[in-house]
Write a protein that binds this ligand. Structure first.
Ligand SMILES: Cc1cc2nc3c(=O)[nH]c(=O)nc-3n(C[C@H](O)[C@H](O)[C@H](O)COP(=O)(O)OP(=O)(O)OC[C@H]3O[C@@H](n4cnc5c(N)ncnc54)[C@H](O)[C@@H]3O)c2cc1C
Length: 317
């Protein structure tokens, strides 16, 4: 087995195990959308644990993973990708890798910018794609008082906040995903999630001001007292949600052009500009690998992943 094929196999095996577990575990709720199921398997230390294991297996099989590297240029010749230029995000140095296949999970707009000579129309559609951005404010609390009070109200993993007087859209209680996500069981991390757009009034505020707003909202909701708070962190996530407006109605033209490049596969969430959850994102990559192994050139089955479902959490706020 070539290294390339062995690595593809390792990724598939790890992802399939996770995916099958999740699917089989949710058989009892198979008529329920995955975002709404009551029970599912979850890695002890969160989803990243699965990818750490996957990375370990790739390296064990002789594969290389280059971190802190941004793909900035995809070279093509005769309708095929032949190389990828990567920029080290720390040193700024460039490296070029030969490419037999390219799987892109980077935002479509960035991919098209990295491609050589895309048709003008494709470039214009890519530039018009819209994303929603996201800020999460982590709040470390002493559990004793506040958590005792809220735990009866917050037994779910997260709580959507509908009341328009609050800016926060959702609150996560990380230890309800897995108690191992919080090292000290006498403490708790809450995540206050703000759905926003990069550059809007909220995004432009300093981290300190956003953290203060989050704290004010927690206190106003009666979830925490100020003296319960031990630490706070503000994390900004650009392009967290691919949006279905802007030029999205003409997205098929991008699909048509990129699908015409035989060894290029658009996979994942921003990679396909589709509101894919993690299982859909993995599945799209797995289907692409299956196609390569089967010698199937038609990529329509990759685009069918998550195409039929009509539940979209993005409507929630
Ligand atoms: C707030 C939030 C909550 C979510 N909750 C859930 C949930 O509960 N369950 C669930 O199933 N899914 C959830 N999702 C969705 C899930 O995170 C995504 O479906 C999944 O991470 C998509 O995987 P991906 O590999 O396509 O993209 P990503 O996980 O975004 O990975 C893409 C990677 O590509 C890198 N990259 C981007 N551009 C370049 C470049 N030019 N060169 C090199 N690398 C690049 C990025 O840094 C990133 O590491 C959530 C998403 C968000 C934002």
């Amino acid at each position: 087995m070539s290294i390339r094929r062995a690595v593809a196999h390792a990724v598939k095996r790890t992802a399939s195990r996770w995916f099958n577990n999740r699917v089989s575990n949710s058989v009892a709720s198979k008529d329920t959308e995955t975002s709404l199921i009551e029970q599912f398997l979850y890695p002890k230390y969160g989803p990243g644990q699965m990818w750490e294991k996957c990375a370990e297996e790739i390296v064990k099989l002789g594969g290389e993973i280059h971190f802190q590297s941004r793909a900035t240029k995809i070279e093509a010749n005769n309708g095929l990708c032949i190389g990828v230029v990567v920029t080290d995000t720390v040193t700024g140095t460039e490296r070029r890798f030969d490419a037999k296949y390219v799987f892109s999970s980077m935002p479509v707009v960035k991919l098209i910018r990295a491609m050589e000579h895309p048709p003008l129309e494709v470039r214009e559609i890519a530039e018009g794609l819209v994303y929603r951005d996201f800020i999460t404010v982590g709040v470390l609390l002493r559990r004793m008082r506040s958590l005792d009070r809220i735990e009866s109200a917050m037994t779910d993993n997260w709580l959507y906040v509908q009341d328009p007087q609050y800016t926060v859209g959702r609150i996560q209680l990380f230890h309800n995903w897995s108690r191992w996500l919080v090292r000290d069981s006498s403490l708790a991390w809450l995540g206050l999630e703000y759905f926003c757009s990069k550059g809007d009034a909220l995004w432009q505020q300093s981290d300190e001001a956003i953290a203060a707003t989050a704290m004010d909202e927690l206190v106003a909701m009666g979830i925490a007292d100020r003296d319960d708070v031990l630490d706070q962190i503000v994390l900004r996530v650009p392009k967290a949600y691919p949006a279905y407006w802007g030029t999205y109605a003409r997205f098929d033209r991008i699909v048509q052009w990129t699908d015409g490049i035989e060894n290029l596969y658009l996979v994942g969430r921003n990679g396909m500009h589709r509101y894919n959850n993690q299982d859909h994102s993995m599945l799209s990559a797995m289907v692409a690998v299956d196609n390569i192994i089967a010698g199937r050139r038609d990529k329509s089955n990759v685009w069918r992943v998550n195409a039929e479902e009509d539940y979209h959490e993005i409507d929630s706020k």
